[in-house]
Design a protein around this ligand. Structure first.
Ligand code: SAH
Length: 359
């Protein structure tokens, strides 16, 4: 049984040619999947019955199985999915009270913005010391169908209309270690969510950044930085040993930014590790190489998975942010959403930590 979910319109047309030869069938099926959130051919009522039956005998539209939903009081909600091989991944639905610019006011409920955070791998090989997913070790790449399946499943559950949500690739895994499938997923998602409202976050996999920059309409780029010198960064994020800061920034300087757009740098703030005002100065000098803004994310702690790492006090967080602002950096402090549901940045772990984490 072949799954149709991750196929491009052209590949879908090729796949179904024997069963449904009419040239417009593929577009019709794509509309059912993407606009009507169909998960079976039986729902596709404008297809002739024999075609529906023949398609159902050969093909599937398999959304990942929803295992559980864990809402937190702040509007974040963690979705745990099981994939066809039994592996589990997590995705997060977030609601922001942030005001929309007037031009976008018709998209989504007024005054709110929703974001769907997708996973790209079932674990992560990069082993950043502050990230729970990394502590769990490498997983496998998700297919394009498994990536867009998370989005479609959440869109179905939350009754999201087209263009209502933003999408971020900030869930489990390093999206740029899965560039081929993530690119296919971006192509498919662009039917629903504009690339301008799609953000991919990377730990700094330079060849992946270069590959992404060659897309006709690249998504917004976020880079997890968290250290402003190679020695510290290599200790916190081993990927820096392969792609040190000079190489990373050489690639970022070539990143195609539309007018007025910026690269986002994420800085997980860890007490005594990267929160000194002096570090803020080095960070400012570094990020000024490209149009950018910095999101400071006070560490989400985990006594079990991240022993010894602590979040700085609110005063220290504030001091660091102020030091950055004084250097002329556009800085926002992001207090993670979804903490109570273990749905916050760096806390996603599929099923592998369940039961143990709170035990
Ligand atoms: N691999 C990609 C995407 C996943 S991480 C990347 O590294 O960017 C998504 C975001 O969560 C990154 O900005 C990362 O720095 C942040 N993060 C990871 N662990 C965290 C933690 N314990 N507390 C707060 N943020 C964390």
């Amino acid at each position: 049984m072949q799954d149709l979910l991750g196929l491009s319109p052209a590949d879908l047309a090729r796949a179904i040619r024997d069963v449904a030869p009419e040239p417009y069938r593929a577009a019709q099926i794509m509309r059912w999947i993407w606009e009507n959130r169909a998960v079976s051919f039986a729902e596709m009522t404008d297809l002739p019955k024999p075609a529906r039956e023949a398609l159902a005998a050969r093909f599937a539209i398999s959304l990942p199985r929803l295992v559980s939903r864990s809402p937190a009081a702040d509007g974040a909600e963690k979705f745990l999915f099981e994939l066809a091989d039994g592996v589990r991944v997590e995705s997060v639905f977030l609601v922001d009270a942030k005001r929309q610019p007037a031009a976008e006011a018709s998209e989504g409920a007024p005054g709110t913005r929703v974001t769907v955070c997708l996973s790209s791998q079932t674990g992560c090989a990069l082993d950043c010391v502050f990230c729970v997913t990394g502590r769990l070790g490498a997983g496998r790449n998700l297919s394009a169908g498994e990536i867009v399946g998370q989005y479609l499943a959440i869109a179905r559950e939350k009754r999201l209309g087209p263009r209502e949500a933003n999408v971020v690739f900030m869930g489990m895994g390093e999206p740029l270690l899965n560039v081929a499938n993530v690119s296919r997923a971006l192509d498919l998602l662009s039917r629903e969510v504009s690339p301008r409202r799609t953000t991919l976050s990377t730990a700094g996999v330079v060849p992946g950044i270069e590959a992404l920059s060659r897309r006709p309409r690249p998504p917004n780029l976020a880079v997890s930085l968290s250290a402003a010198d190679d020695a510290t960064r290599s200790r916190l994020m081993p990927v820096n040993r392969t792609y040190p800061l000079a190489r990373l920034f050489a690639a970022l300087r070539k990143w195609p930014l539309e007018r007025g757009r910026r690269i986002t740098f994420e800085w997980v703030l860890i007490a005594g590790v990267n929160d000194a005002p002096d570090t803020a100065k080095r960070l400012a000098a570094l990020v000024k190489q490209v149009p950018s803004k910095v999101n400071v994310i006070p560490l989400n702690e985990s006594a079990r998975w991240l022993p010894g790492l602590t979040r700085p006090s609110p005063a220290a967080v504030d001091a660091f942010a102020r030091a950055l602002a004084r250097e002329g950096v556009d800085v926002t402090v992001r207090w993670s959403k979804g903490l109570q549901a273990d749905a916050a940045c760096g806390q996603l772990k599929g099923d592998r930590g369940t039961g143990k984490l709170h035990g």
